[in-house]
Design a protein around this ligand. Sequence first.
Ligand SMILES: [Zn+2]
Length: 175
Amino acid sequence: MVPVLSGSNRPCAVCRRVHRDLTRVLGTSAPDDWLAVSAGERMEAELTPDVCILPDHGTTRHFIRGHIQLPVVDPDPDVFVWSVWTEVDESSMECIARNWSDPNRAASAPLSGRLATELPYEQPTRGLQLTIYTRDPGMAPLLMVSSGSQHPLAAEQRDGIALHRVAEFAELLAR
Ligand SMILES: [Zn+2]
């Protein structure tokens, strides 16, 4: 997937600006709770681009990075990606670790998790229930917000977004 959305030369229907070469993937390099962990606990923690293990008051929390894809439907079809972290239980993490290098891992059963990244929406996104679909080795898992969710993120994932919204995401994150 190319890292930029080429966009459109036509002026945006919402703001009349021309949206060209927008960043396709936005997100965070660690779960939000990574920042809340004490320096001592962080010594025992582990963070890679894909996995995070966090000691938390005697227990261990497990996170993996994945992609929430939002279809861009206007003016031209494309895809925007939120690169986010999802918290999973220990048995799910064991399952993910076991299948990590399996060339057929995309065939493994979906897992569930909870969104561990706050995204720039009016309603909180942390804690949203996700279904995790493992993809081929080298590809981040696909995360689907539960279709029953009333959250705008679920609606955007289902119905798609305008290119204008992608420009807005970048501005919201830059604040
Ligand atoms: Zn616009």
